[in-house]
Design a protein around this ligand. Sequence first.
Ligand code: URA
Length: 289
Amino acid sequence: MNQLYYKQREFSGKDLQLGLVILYQNWRKEEKDMGYYAYHLGLREEDIAGATLAFLPGDPERTLTLASFGKSCYQLAYHREFKTVLSCGDWGNVLIVSTGIGGPSLAIAVEELAALGCRQFIRVGTCGAIQKEIVPEDLIISEGAVRMDGTSDHYAPLSYPACAHWDMVKIICQACEQLKYRYWTGITCSSASFYPGQERYNTFSGYVPRNLRGTMEEWQRLGVLNYEMEVATLFTVARALGLKAGAVCGVLVNRQQEEEVKPEMVEKVEQKLAQVVAKVSEIILTGKS
Ligand code: URA
């Protein structure tokens, strides 16, 4: 039985059933021919135009700013927190994909982007510094991360380190040097929460559970540079899946001085991060450092 035969005959209940089965089978075949569909991102392989490098901000609003260095950029999809923009330039194409806040959605984005063909990932975010020499607008390039992210333990036991790929650290440092931006390299603490996990007391209840009280001081003593919420997930998931990952975050606040983030700092940091994304893309895609 084929579709033509089905169309030429008069309908009976049985024919209708058969017809529906055929239509369904054809639809499934078309779906299969079209390749993998990334369910949360709402993307297919052909959508990403061969891009293998993805920058991952948290905020969907930041994607276009970060993509604007390309000659042209296209918004490919926007599902939930995942906004995907393709930035096309002389050296090739890169993706900017927002992952929302925290590890669970970042892990989803990395899994689906890897299945679509991406192999290099760079988180581009914001953070709170915890060492006194680091000031707002400085950039922090993470070499490794404390795994308080609450997601990475689904990929590897907590005794496994969350480490950046050295190639990525080197390239982001080169980009910052070429741009003459002040930057720091070292260990980041990725927390599953913005308030208690980063020991903020100016909250609705003011309560930080006992197991988290004093942790900021401990991380400071251990030389940790900053707090944010996704780097440890990215590094662990990437290593577990055989991918390369790096991370650069702009400092919004120094937690030794204050708890609150100043909104005006966000825009300044975003402009710097956009320049870093452009420079890193140039270095990676041209192979010239
Ligand atoms: N993001 C965080 O997770 N913490 C901060 O303090 C600032 C940005």
